[in-house]
Design a protein. Sequence first.
Length: 328
Amino acid sequence: MPAGRGFQRQSIVEKPDLSVIIVNWNAKELLADCLKSLFADGEGVTMELFVVDNASSDGSVEMVQRRFPEAIIIANGENLGFARAANQAIGQSRGRFILLLNPDTLVMKQSLPKMVGFLHHQPLVGALGPKILTAKGSIDLRGGRCFPTPLTELFDQARISQVFPRSRLFGRYLMGYWDHNDSREVDLLSGACLMVRRETIEEVGPLDEDFFLYGEDVEWCYRIKRAGWKIFYYAEAEIIHLGGGSTKGSPEGLGVEALRSMNLFFRKGYGVLHSWLHRWLILLITLAKEAFFLTRFLFARGERERKRAREKIGLHYQVLRWSIGITK
């Protein structure tokens, strides 16, 4: 396909406005659509594009080489996780601003030029994120959040935040009391589309490679905010986050990985006490869930209901093993 006028190879533009970094694992079709949306949005901003592939087996690298020759490809021989892979490209990048972008996203028209322009005129903002829409067109509240705490995790795991999403207490983490249709300063942005100023990275460092799949955006925003930079949710720019990209896997494995990453953030950000409090809260909640679904399984009225309960029992069993330290 024809190249977007904004994208040029690193050797041609020594210091482009923007370095776009996409970490991919077996998401070829979604990645192709993401790249097409990028090339359609590149006018007015000089950009370099990195695709870091974590040992995909679906032909992702070959597709990028064939259809998007402007991309700088880093092909890893194994899955290094998100943070390590993204840091590979951050270390090679030259842009004034760095954009982390998921392969399962679509960039809406003029969103990147708007974000670059905003950062040009707001020197105190270290990180910027757009409004994120789901595939159904609703706003994903994870685009602008407060920092999590063991208490917000309790409300989330116990589903209290879903029952009272607009509560300033129970809905605090996702800020459900705010419709996310206007721009404002926040604590935390989504790693699905996260633009960071180079000077900010030089001050706080790159992504923490102790995080494999989840939580690296939370920890990075925490460091950025703690260093005195502003973090801003910019509703004038939009992306669509389709989901189902490079995070394929069993619900059990992904659920435990998300909890593990959140627990790691609590330990690094707040200290060991918060980490242990989080683990014990998860244990108590999961025991209650196991009892509930075991009862559902024993008194199920049909095979479909029994199968659903069995799946939940298996998922929560893996969480229990993690919460008491049997699995890491």
